[in-house]
Design a binder for this molecule. Sequence first.
Ligand code: 5AD
Ligand code: SF4
Length: 443
Amino acid sequence: MKTFYIETFGCQMNAHDSEKVIGTLLSEGYSQVQQWEQADLILYNTCSIRDKAEQKVFHRLDQFKKNSQGKVFGVLGCVAQQEGAKIFERAPHVSLVAGSASYAKLPSMLVQLETGDRRVTGLDFDAAEAFETPYTRRDNPHRAYITIIEGCDKACAYCVVPFTRGPERSRTSQSILNEAAELARMGYSEIQLLGQNVNSYRDPSPAGLDFALLLRAVGEVDGIKRVRFTTSHPRDFIKDIVDAIDENPALCNHVHLPVQSGSDAILDRMQRLYSRDTYLRRIEWMKKARRPIAISTDIIVGFPGETEHDFQQTLSLLDAVEYDSIFGFKYSKRPNTAALALEDHVPEEEKVRRLAIVQEKQRAIQIRRHAELVGSVEETMAEGYNQATGQWIGRTSQNRTLNFVHARVPQPQAGETLAGTYLDVRVTRSGPNSLAGEAVAGI
Ligand code: 5AD
Ligand code: SF4
């Protein structure tokens, strides 16, 4: 029996790629082990979105090296795509380097490795198609991820993704809907649609659905109670998506709409293809919706040329939108990207200062907004139980963490767990990052 071990970094796309890789390996007769020392094949699925990702990968590969006798090492994902065959030079114990666009060829790459080939690569985008496999080994028993579109055709000046994940490829709506229906039959009640830019989804089959139509169709699959999607690009975000959410309660009322900056000058330098005003118009659609739609975003501080005035514009945007949550990042230089050629790079200490100010402002917004939710009742999916706090861990449609106590099932009991069930929970306390409450009596 051949064994493998896999370690995964990065976004949900990467995590889900690993689920597909694991499923494929299991179907090829491999079995998974939890310690790399016990594995014949060691795979490292990497991310290169920020910071010194490449160095971290080589550092980890060095650690593997000390016990590498008789083992096969593979580097997958974004660093593999970015560094390519150079990885063989710096880490000679590695014999597989493959980016996400070539995972469909994994079975044949495995055969090459098994026959002793020491330099197997999967780095082309030429015939890149979406990686569809019937063999996905899913980690979460209730929420399942479905890739609808891979790659990215935008050219944001800071972003490495178009280079690491290649051009956009959408799956057919039929294969997505079949997968959703199959997942519902298997007992999954929540589906998360994934893509670097889900809004530019275009059904390649004659049905020709756009993203909003696909979303409506997935929302109607029997047995699916919640549908989420990530990530949206503001340029391609259309009003029909908001209307779809309004019309179908199975579509979660949460949208992640990365803005990156509140300054038009910086948005322009970033090549984001929208202005502050167009972005705010999309926010307006959501604020006017019938259902309360939670909105989250990504912010980059310290992009080259960002002045104090530009930065203040980002802060004023946070006040204008009052996001439900944000992810803030310091700009970091990435290989191949257009921003490398820009001048006026912001000093590291200044980026640290700006990020702290952004986080502080957002924290105050969240404390205030969460406090307003005390007393309300939210439909919550129980995800598990936290022994340390004695609470069930829950998530609302708006993607908030709402931990709660339950009078009849105070903790998991023999044969009874709340995980995977949907309950009404009354919010009794609030903090900056989560809510706490009690399940409404009678359930
Ligand atoms: N530096 C900092 N943040 C980045 N992101 C992407 N590239 C960079 C970079 N070079 C952030 C963006 C994106 C999120 C996934 O990561 O905010 O939306
Ligand atoms: Fe990281 Fe981007 Fe690759 Fe995801 S797509 S793993 S965020 S570099």
